[in-house]
Design a protein around this ligand. Sequence first.
Ligand SMILES: NC(=O)c1ccc[n+]([C@@H]2O[C@H](COP(=O)([O-])OP(=O)(O)OC[C@H]3O[C@@H](n4cnc5c(N)ncnc54)[C@H](O)[C@@H]3O)[C@@H](O)[C@H]2O)c1
Ligand SMILES: [Zn+2]
Ligand SMILES: [Zn+2]
Length: 341
Amino acid sequence: MKAVAIKGVKEFEIKDIERPTIDHENVVIEVKKTGICGSDIHYWVAGEPKGLVMGHEFSGVVKDPGNRTDLKVGDRVTALPISPCGHCEACISGNPQYCPETWTYAVGLSLTNPGGLTKETKVRSDMVLKLPDSVSDEEGAMVEPTAVGLHAIHLADIKVGAKVLVIGGGIIGLVSAMFAKMEGASYVALSETNKARGEKAVKLGVADEWFDAKDTKMVEKALQKTNGGFDIVIECCGNSPAVGSSLMTVEPGGTVVLVGVSLGTVTIPTVVGVMKELTIKGAIGYTKEEFQTCIDLIATKKADVFKFIDDIVSLEDVQKSYERLTSGTDDAVKILVDPNK
Ligand SMILES: NC(=O)c1ccc[n+]([C@@H]2O[C@H](COP(=O)([O-])OP(=O)(O)OC[C@H]3O[C@@H](n4cnc5c(N)ncnc54)[C@H](O)[C@@H]3O)[C@@H](O)[C@H]2O)c1
Ligand SMILES: [Zn+2]
Ligand SMILES: [Zn+2]
């Protein structure tokens, strides 16, 4: 079957891969929609690992239910792409995100388990969740990034009336901003280097205001606006300037949640963290419960994630879509891929 795989630096190739074999254990899913994620972009930019078929945010229908007696052929599903061991302390306590095995065999993030940038994918049966009819295929592919934002917001522990800054207006930033408002933040701002994305966050109603991260006075303006800093800053980029600005814009005693990922080392002004006695938390992935919560929130229309989808493209247009998402000027945030288009 046709698949999109990493060929080199910022280069994909369309190739033919084997269809997943039915083993009566794992669930085989016919992919309906797959999201392009900011993390996928890091791999594409690095051009590694070669041959990787990405796509860890997907929805589809069951082709083979594996060992799941509650599933049948044709059921609409999504899945956590992770591969926690299931028996370590982290897994037993309901925190698979801490399990050392979680990303080792992750679907769409490991060479052994091709993701949704093809027609069929095979997923561990305990990671598959049903989608209610009120969740569309498009929304089903949005559950994974929505759960990342929800997890970050849970860790941020926002109090009603809090002032929150989200750094980075990609999907993770937008979803985090949306949840910050739902948690009762009185003022949610977003900083962006891409003007079109900054303006879009305000237009979509998830941010009250946006700050231009390219403006050398951005930190000064943010501190002025908040009378000394934000209660909470959620960093959703991962690069040094962005992480640095998170420490600079949070108030003394405040909390910074690091969600953005960098494949390289990031330098930060630690003295600022020391002098402000900051709490700095990392946020990785989600729990299964948070994943299910996102399905429920989308199903009941309490979380509108459909508005974040900009385009739905074919496998042939994946290369072009990655270029569009990294142009630095386009306002597109989330592009879904339909392998049957
Ligand atoms: N921790 C996790 O579990 C988790 C999960 C998914 C994604 N991520 C990471 O979160 C980050 C965001 O993901 P995404 O899908 O939204 O990515 P994205 O690339 O779409 O968004 C990042 C945004 O940050 C902006 N940006 C870059 N430098 C900036 C700066 N100095 N100040 C302000 N904005 C700046 C970019 O213009 C872009 O819009 C990525 O690093 C991704 O790898 C982490
Ligand atoms: Zn993702
Ligand atoms: Zn484990």
